[in-house]
Ligand binder design. Sequence first.
Ligand SMILES: [Mg+2]
Length: 368
Amino acid sequence: MKIERIELHVVSIPLKHFFETSFGRVEREVHIIVKMYGEGLVGYGESAVMTDPSYSYETIETVWHIQKDFLIPALLHKDIEDIESFMRMVSTVRGHHFAKCGLEGAYWHLCALQKGEPLYKMWNGTRKTIQSGVSVGIQNSIDDLLSRIKQFLDEGYKRIKIKIKPGWDVDVVRAVRKQFGNIPLMVDANAAYTPDDISVFEALDEYHLMMIEQPLHFADLTDHAELQKKLKTPICLDESISGLRTAKAALALGSCRVINIKPGRVGGYYQAKKIHDLCHGANIPVWCGGMLEFGIGRAFNVSLCSLPNFRFPGDVSSSSRYFHEDIISPPIEFSHGELTIPDEPGFGFQPDDNLIKKYSQRSYIAPE
Ligand SMILES: [Mg+2]
């Protein structure tokens, strides 16, 4: 596949409802959409990075810089034979996983269109129908949280995840269990606690949570291993798993019993699949997290969830969960928490160039 042209578009879409985690509150999502042209086809990818370096060190500005000044020059006008060749070409850049992921997605999309195959089949996905969970941010009050959870349960979501932070944790979980009984429930701390907070985790351990996600430091594996020994509830790692090597270390140390795979965080879909396969072999279930992706990133995640070891409902939910308008048509809509993966070539949904243009703040076209 000869790469003839690559475009970057910084796209900004307002959220229907603010989303708050232990990092803070966001009102709109800004991501970079990649368009890659080759052999008469156009592949689309998405770097679903945040605008500030809170979740990861990458931001819109670092992704733009690394893509424009390093990754695009490494790929443009090259004849890229297969995904292994692609990975070698981008390996001259250390880290910058969200930047790589957007370009890698566009390359996968191009290859799938060229072969006339759906992506999930190229990735050896076995599951045709996937289930959706929902991630509920920190609200202004427990009453607000309970009413939002009720709404999502009514919509059919298969699992509720609530974001926690110090001061918004045990009381909140107690109230949710009291109101909704034994629903599939988990919490995500986004690294907001330290080992000194053991009493919080011992209290949470009594509520039969499916898992506690990323309780401790974003780069830690050893404190998590110590904490996991003390808890019945499985620990799920998100931020700490930056790629295949940290996944191997986490499994060796016993730092977690579940891994949340986000393609942008781990360096793309090729790496995501490698981590999936490693965990599958070790009987550690994985599930697909989310970065409030627009439809393109969301569609890739849908395809990824078809792999057999994605054993919990992911954070991959309907476009309408977050946005009034998405940049693909039709938008991704789960019905009663389930979605059947389309069998069309590519990722099963059509990107809408008019909507990308409508929400685009700036663009870069290579060659200039
Ligand atoms: Mg998380």
